[in-house]
Design a protein around this ligand. Structure first.
Ligand code: SF4
Ligand code: SF4
Length: 565
């Protein structure tokens, strides 16, 4: 990348020299200058875009960028040269018409005199070209300022996902992974099992709830790129820390998610200010591996109730929690872009599993840090509360159409862990509107890519699910109604995981927000926040044209396996 910016810098210097030379030979008016600068800008942009795209391994985006932005640049330069520069060679007496403005130029001595026929003497005195130039310039500066400000999100008082009066906290027994892992829950709720298996049969699936968990967790290697022993070994390696510490991450008070508080330091560390406390917590989280951290007030609306431990097969009450939580610290862990792009191959499980293992490390280390400051703290993965809701409350992103979080800078390729604590002398983050929901309304790319048709195509978010059988309580036990969001049929998703022999992530891989860390993607994400709805539809289509978000591509598996060198 350094070399690319050096080349762009050299070309920029060269362009300035050419403009300087042109200015000696030609009389260039403001339209000419605008055309020249815009043309050069687009060509430089095309070069930077194309080189960056090739470096990130998407040559199609590189050639599209060269054709589109380079083409606009060249056309602008040619038209500017033809109509606004060529005819204005110095040492000629020129009498030209420019729009409504009649100009007589006598440039033998290098000066220009113009007679203006503006009709309005007052405006003429102001010099129309400078007025227009200033307005355009100020407009560009204001638009950039708004874009940068909006990229940081509009601060909200509460999460943007409105809650209805009949909203109930989510029963953790209805979480698919908890239910699928728990023989006891399946035996106690035979009507749920029957309704699920009947619906699956109607979809043409030979699906049985019993034994399904092992099918996607342990899968069987086969002779297919993305599902070989090599690929499964990658997945298993990624899960190692997670599996060895908590075999099911939804299980409260298990492994590193333990509730024991006996190590809490008797001396309470006192911070000088809430800002200092927030900075210290986020710095510690970063050190332990969090890519982005937010701090929010503990909010029972987002906690499961009751909790369920599918390992010891028991309902767990909040009354047994060791302290009254005041604060929830939320950490995002970025997953590997290349591994995710192989979706739905089991290579994606390598980065999902690694994400879960990192969740264990980050949350447990951060909880220990808080305890050694003298305050109660419990590490949490997918237990205790809904991670996405807490991340939204902590201003880290928005809930997407597919149900997972989209963070404005990390996109959807994140895992989320949390720390519950009674420490409250801290500066809290607020939820923010990053225009992501607005983008999802016009996008639906995840729904198109989903092999199980689990993701809804509804235009707008709803307060409850609208998928087939959602009116049947024996089928619909895993949905969470009463909150405004898109509701997916997570059972269909889970069925595909068991068929696939590993989790899927096609929805994440297809999402236009899923990009590696390159300047041109940041630029597009920033522009998305100021663009209106229909433009989001065009941006989604452009993302396809530029070659991003394709799934089921074995070539990407090969690319991943060469990414380490
Ligand atoms: S993980 Fe796969 S099956 Fe599940 S919702 Fe996403 S795309 Fe669909
Ligand atoms: S693919 Fe499109 S609709 Fe789906 S989550 Fe991403 S931005 Fe939203």
């Amino acid at each position: 990348m350094g070399l690319m910016w050096l080349i762009v810098g050299i070309i920029t210097g060269l362009s300035i020299w050419i403009l300087f030379t042109l200015n000696k030979s030609f009389t260039i008016n403001w339209i000419g200058w605008t055309g020249l600068i815009a043309g050069i800008f687009f060509i430089l942009f095309a070069i930077a875009w194309s080189v960056s795209s090739v470096l990130e391994g998407v040559p199609r985006s590189g050639s599209m960028g060269a054709i589109m932005f380079g083409g606009i640049g060249l056309i602008t330069l040619v038209l500017t040269w033809r109509f606004k520069i060529q005819a204005f060679k110095k040492n000629q007496n020129i009498d030209k018409e420019i729009g409504s403005e009649k100009i007589i130029e006598d440039t033998n001595d290098g000066t220009t005199s113009r007679r203006k026929f503006l009709g309005l003497p007052a405006l003429g005195a102001l010099n129309l070209k400078y007025v227009i130039g200033s307005v355009v310039g100020l407009g560009a500066v204001a638009t950039s300022a708004i874009a940068v400000k909006k990229a940081k999100g509009k601060i909200l008082d509460d999460v943007p996902n409105t809650i209805q009066d009949n909203y109930k906290r989510m029963d953790q027994r209805g979480v698919i992974q908890a239910f699928a892992h728990s023989t006891k829950l399946q035996e106690e709720n035979k009507n749920w099992v029957d309704a699920w298996e009947t619906a699956a049969k109607k979809r043409g699936k030979d699906f049985k709830v019993k034994g399904s968990y092992e099918k996607f967790v342990y899968g069987n290697p086969r002779d297919e790129v993305g599902y070989r022993q090599l690929d499964y070994a990658l997945a298993r390696g990624g899960w190692e820390t997670s599996i060895k510490s908590i075999s099911v991450t939804v299980a409260p008070n298990q492994g590193f998610q333990y509730w024991d508080q006996s190590e809490v330091n008797k001396n309470k560390y006192i911070f000088n200010s809430k800002t200092e406390a927030a900075e210290a917590i986020k710095s510690a989280a970063k050190l332990y591996g969090s890519d982005k951290t937010g701090i929010t007030v503990h909010d029972v609306r987002w906690d499961y109730d009751p909790l369920y431990d599918p390992i010891d097969e028991k309902v767990v009450s909040w009354d047994d929690f060791p302290f009254k939580p005041k604060t929830v610290i939320v950490c995002l862990i970025e997953m590997d872009y290349l591994a995710l792009s192989t979706a739905p191959a089991v290579v994606t499980d390598g980065t999902s599993g690694q994400g879960y293992s990192d969740m264990v490390v980050v949350a447990s280390h951060l909880a220990a840090f808080i305890r050694h400051l003298g305050y109660n703290a419990v590490a949490s993965g997918n237990d205790l509360g809904m991670s996405v809701a807490y991340a939204v409350a902590a201003g880290l992103g928005e809930v997407s159409r597919a149900g997972w979080l989209i963070s404005p800078d990390l996109g959807p390729k994140v895992r989320i862990c949390k720390v519950y604590t009674d420490f409250e002398f801290v500066e809290y983050d607020k939820p923010r509107d990053y225009s992501i929901t607005n983008f999802c309304i016009h996008c639906k790319r995840c729904a198109d890519a989903c092999p199980s048709e689990a993701i809804t195509f509804e235009d707008e978010p709803t307060f409850g699910p609208t998928f087939e059988n959602s009116d049947d309580p024996d089928y619909n036990w895993s949905s969470h109604s009463g909150v405004l969001k898109w509701h997916s049929d997570s059972k269909k998703c889970y069925e595909f995981w068991t068929e696939n022999g590993g989790s899927c992530s096609s929805c994440i891989a297809a999402c236009p927000y899923n990009k590696p860390d390159f300047w041109h993607h940041d630029l597009i994400d920033t522009s998305n926040v100021v663009l209106p709805g229909q433009a989001h539809y065009i941006m989604k289509e452009m993302d396809k044209v530029f070659g991003y978000g394709n799934v089921n591509d074995p070539i990407k598996v090969g690319k991943f396996w060469k990414s380490g060198s």
